[in-house]
Design a protein around this ligand. Structure first.
Ligand code: AMP
Ligand code: ZN
Length: 115
């Protein structure tokens, strides 16, 4: 828990969110400014500022984040059609919240390369 972190506050419930799932290691909630019909953020309970700060001990948690995204995509019915998973890291990628989060975007077609 980092006391000034928005996503730590969402995980602990002091800032409200539309929760999608939670378990011992991972918390998922609806993005407040959705960029697709489904836009969910999957975060680790442990505060990690950027993907540059991941430890070897986080490997299993990152795997759980990705598998949680795939499970939600299946539940929402677009796993086979396709979806996008994104980690933004630091300023050039537009990271706005410094607690790592996996964006799950689905329900429409995505172009490549991204902006
Ligand atoms: P990023 O630019 O990768 O750091 O993404 C941060 C994401 O957090 C953006 O998609 C925002 O819309 C989202 N966001 C910011 N504040 C909240 C909030 N209070 N609840 C849910 N999502 C949020
Ligand atoms: Zn945090």
């Amino acid at each position: 828990m980092s006391k000034d972190c928005l996503f730590c506050k969402i995980i602990e419930g002091t800032i409200p969110s539309r929760k999608v799932l939670e378990d011992e290691h991972v918390f998922a909630f609806e993005d407040i400014s959705p960029q697709a019909p489904t836009h969910i953020l999957i975060v680790p309970r442990r505060h990690v500022a950027t993907t540059n700060d991941l430890d070897p001990a986080d490997d299993a948690i990152v795997g759980k984040m990705v598998r949680a995204a795939a499970r939600i995509a299946a539940e929402r019915g677009f796993a086979d059609k396709g979806y996008r998973l994104v980690f933004n890291c630091n300023m050039a990628a537009g990271q706005a919240v410094y607690h790592i989060h996996l964006h799950l975007l689905g329900g429409r077609t995505f172009t490549w390369p991204p902006g």
